[in-house]
Design a binder for this molecule. Structure first.
Ligand SMILES: [Zn+2]
Length: 134
């Protein structure tokens, strides 16, 4: 919906109080698309529109929203251990990818046990990251 402030140039009825808005009045023009997608217009007296706005703010209370990334819920003091496990995991993954590129599938499957070990120790301290799979 779009709202325009304008000096009224023709007489229309206000959508809020249903009294006519005569030309020369301060008015708010609301334009919107109805359910069929056609552009429609509604007109309000400036005062009626401000009342409508005030009603909206009464009906919709302010809910403060925290911005940014949610803080991670991790047992106290395990951040350092988690970070070291994450770097270990990415190191083994890098190694595995490299072995797969070199067609050394046997060596790559040997790394799987190390990766699951890291995952298991992560599960104890705050859970496995989503990007690691389950
Ligand atoms: Zn009005």
């Amino acid at each position: 919906m779009n709202y325009h402030l304008q000096w009224q140039t023709r007489t229309v009825d206000c959508r809020s109080c249903y009294k006519p808005i005569t030309s020369g009045d301060k008015a708010v023009r609301e334009s919107y698309a109805n359910y069929k997608g056609f552009r429609r217009m509604r007109f309000y007296h400036l005062v009626c529109f401000l009342q409508k706005l005030a009603l909206w703010f009464e009906g919709n209370e302010y809910v403060p929203k925290a911005r940014g990334r949610k803080p991670q819920i991790v047992p106290n003091g395990s951040h350092k251990l988690r970070n070291s496990l994450i770097s270990k995991y990415s190191y083994w993954m890098r190694k595995k990818r490299q072995l797969i590129l070199e067609d050394n599938l046997e060596g790559a499957s040997k790394l799987d046990s190390k990766l699951t070990q890291v995952k298991d120790s992560m599960r104890v301290i705050g859970g496995v990251p989503k990007s690691w799979g389950r």
